[in-house]
Design a protein around this ligand. Structure first.
Ligand code: AMP
Ligand code: ZN
Length: 436
């Protein structure tokens, strides 16, 4: 396979060279951090009063973690390190509690973010030959604009359609012979279910690749999408606190996401103790953004659970790879004392060929006992077929789930279109136990 690079020197740099870049950038970012109200208070307490107190990369570990709550408490400008007039962009996410967090980027920060996104796109084999339909929402969410700028920089023809309006999405894919998409996996599944009704066939389209991310999804979902569309799907990971997309992206080998380590220092920690874990062990991902000067964030606890690969990738890049996100520490369901991640349920149901393109997990209570109900859409041909076949599918899903998560679920089969559709991040779990 011929490998394309955006910035070959940095992408194929040796581990030693990557670490040299990291150390010099860590010093610079610590210097910026020391001009924010928040870190000015914190860093001197751990012996870091100036950038020169960072002697080696290990000194990073002296720095306390930054939590989502720190961002909220510092809203709106406690983490700003430049003059307000040097900010050229802000993004914000409201999260679940409604108290917003905000991030700021200077012109220089926009430059490095855009470059990392361009690098990510090229690592998938994307190029100026592509017609790129960006189905992530534009606005305060970073997914839309983040990929947009990187794709333009690569020279792709960008269709900035944003999320939703499935009929129009399909029409545009057909009219402009779109080759590349950026989309959540759940919405891409939905688009497939709408293709049949649209009169447009897969043969009419020219799709080749999709960048899928913004929400947890299983390998089984990726495989299903690749089979349904006959395309390659590349996992894309990012979060607004670290700019947005362009933190980690799969290369053409699609085996783990390269974290661009000249831009970020990743650590995996035990979420209970905060201890840093060796590569290969599952834990919470902690990220330090090395380039965003307008708003430095050091050792940010992402709450995403994953591990770092320890081997080197066949593409020649030495930037370490991040595994698929298993779930979030706050996503874990405790069902009658058993810990279950939604992704474990998704893995099982997406393996079953009769299962269609949507599902949802419901948690309720019967007396003191938790009940798990998995609602699954089944392809219409099968749904309107023999009742006995439906019974068999139901049984099979229930048994495979029980074998995998050790909980016996109720399984409901539905026809396509029954369950709610999400154009951005899907809500897969509805927990009604508090209301019972
Ligand atoms: P936001 O800050 O709104 O962009 O949300 C970021 C969060 O979305 C991350 O912390 C992850 O929990 C989730 N996320 C983003 N990309 C992925 C991905 N490729 N796989 C799993 N989860 C993801
Ligand atoms: Zn690679």
């Amino acid at each position: 396979m011929e490998i394309s690079y955006w910035n070959k020197d940095v992408e194929t740099a040796s581990r030693q060279d990557i670490e040299t870049i990291q150390l010099s950038r860590l010093r610079e970012i610590v210097a910026s951090a020391l001009s924010t109200d928040h870190y000015k208070r914190l860093l001197p307490k751990v012996g870091i009063a100036s950038a020169s107190d960072i002697k080696t990369l290990d000194d990073l570990r002296k720095i306390p973690f930054t939590m989502k709550d720190d961002l909220r408490q510092n809203y709106p400008t406690g983490l700003l390190s430049v003059d307000f007039k040097d900010v050229v962009r802000m993004h914000s996410s409201s999260g679940t509690t409604g108290i917003p967090t905000v991030i700021y980027l200077s012109r220089e920060d926009m430059e490095s973010w855009t470059d990392l996104v361009a690098r990510s796109i090229v690592a998938t084999g994307g190029s100026r030959d592509d017609v790129f339909q960006n189905m992530m929402s534009y606005g305060l969410f970073t997914g839309g604009l983040g990929l947009h700028y990187g794709a333009e920089r690569v020279g792709m023809m960008v269709i900035p359609i944003g999320g939703g309006n499935t009929g129009k999405q399909i029409q545009m894919m057909n009219d402009f012979q779109t080759t590349a998409l950026h989309i959540t996996p759940s919405y891409l599944l939905h688009i497939h279910s709408k293709l049949a009704q649209s009169g447009v066939t897969l043969e009419d389209l020219n799709l080749q690749r999709a960048f899928i991310g913004a929400e947890p999804h299983s390998e089984e979902t990726r495989q299903k999408l690749e089979e349904l569309f006959g395309i390659k799907c590349f996992n894309s990971y990012g979060l607004s606190e670290m700019n947005g997309p362009g933190v980690a992206f799969e290369c053409e080998y699609r085996d783990g996401m390269h974290i661009w380590e000249d831009g970020f220092i990743p650590e995996i920690i035990d979420p209970e103790t905060g201890d840093v874990l060796p590569d290969g062990e599952l834990g919470e991902l902690v990220l330090t953004n090395l380039t965003r000067k307008a708003m430095p964030i050091l050792r940010y606890r992402t709450r995403d659970l994953a591990h770092l690969y320890d081997g080197v990738c066949r593409c020649g890049r030495q930037h370490r790879r991040l595994s698929r996100i298993k779930g979030r520490t706050d996503d874990m369901m405790i069902i009658n004392g058993v810990n279950v991640f939604p992704s474990q349920i998704e893995e099982v149901i997406m393996r079953i060929p009769e299962v269609g393109t949507n599902y949802q997990i419901y948690l309720t209570k019967k007396g003191a006992i938790d009940q798990l109900t998995v609602k699954v859409e089944i392809y219409s041909k099968i749904f309107s077929g023999e009742a006995s076949q439906l019974d068999q599918i139901k049984k099979r899903i229930a048994e495979e789930l029980r074998a995998s998560i050790f909980i016996h679920p109720q399984v409901q089969l539905h026809e396509p279109g029954y369950l709610p559709v999400f154009e951005g991040k899907a809500v897969r779990v509805v927990d009604q136990r508090d209301q019972m």
